[in-house]
Design a protein around this ligand. Structure first.
Ligand SMILES: [Mg+2]
Length: 263
């Protein structure tokens, strides 16, 4: 479905809704993917759109990311939003706070793995390890293509599939090391929905990566939107890139006087 048709369908649905919740991934969804994760920026017009949407009581805006929550807040920089960091393991927002304490027993093991990994990754140019507290990321976007599998193999050798504390998760040009707990972006979004009483809201989830599929799957009735093309996604809709995401959000903002409670 094209951006124009999706926008029209969503705006039509919002006409009969009193509340809407936007769950938005950050990297590759709001901010274009860049070589170094620390250089990622959401364009100012996108941030302005989010601020404007968030200032309307009918809308809830939640940013759901693999980044640590402090980093995520710094990247977005808008107060009053809900922030879910570390794939939903930590959530903060107005009157909201969640921190997965089940992850604490994994921390010593995580520390040992990262120490060993840091030494070995130092020998692979471009490999970047990021300790995000509750989870860690090993980025290999800047590693020479012929050596990327070496990075993945190295991480797998340190975190075997039967590791009692940690589990690996592949994403775009990154291997995520996570505590072995039954929690992900999908669980995080369901927690936000319940905490804010959003059960009857129109829900929109936009994300670009395999970790967003966890959320797509638990939101069968939502406008689930994958950024990028794939024929193996649980999302109901697809948009081409971050520019189309920005245009969709702007079109919703620009038409908000016709929605639900607008009076
Ligand atoms: Mg992403």
């Amino acid at each position: 479905m094209s951006l124009a048709l999706l926008s029209e369908e969503l705006r039509e649905r919002l006409k009969t809704a009193t509340r809407a919740a936007f769950y938005l991934d950050f990297d590759g969804t709001l901010a274009p993917i860049v070589e170094r994760p620390e250089d990622a920026r959401a364009p100012q017009p996108v941030l302005d759109t989010l601020s404007a949407l968030a200032s309307d009581k009918r809308f809830t805006i939640a940013i759901v990311s693999g980044r640590a929550i402090a980093d995520l807040k710094h990247c977005v920089g808008i107060s009053g939003l809900v922030y879910a960091g570390n794939h939903g393991l930590e959530i903060q927002g107005p009157g909201l706070s969640y921190h997965a304490k089940e992850a604490a027993p994994s921390r010593p093991r995580m520390h040992d793995v990262l120490t060993a990994l840091g030494e070995k990754l130092a020998l692979i140019p471009g490999a970047q390890m990021e300790d995000k507290g509750l989870t860690a990321s090993v980025h290999f976007r800047r590693v020479e293509a012929s050596r990327r599998s070496e990075v993945v193999a190295l991480v797998k050798s340190l975190v075997p599939s039967d590791d009692p504390h940690l589990v690996l998760r592949d994403a775009k040009m990154v291997v995520e090391i996570r505590p072995r707990v039954a929690w992900n972006k999908g669980e995080g979004v369901l927690w936000i929905r319940k905490a804010l009483g959003l059960e009857s809201a129109v829900e929109i989830y936009i994300g670009d990566d395999s970790t967003d599929e966890d959320a797509f799957r638990v939101l069968p009735g939502a406008f689930t939107i994958l950024v990028g093309a794939s024929d193996r996604t649980a999302a109901r809709y697809q948009l081409a890139d971050t520019t189309e995401v920005a245009l969709l959000l702007k079109s919703i903002l620009d038409n908000k006087e016709v929605y639900g409670d607008a009076g």
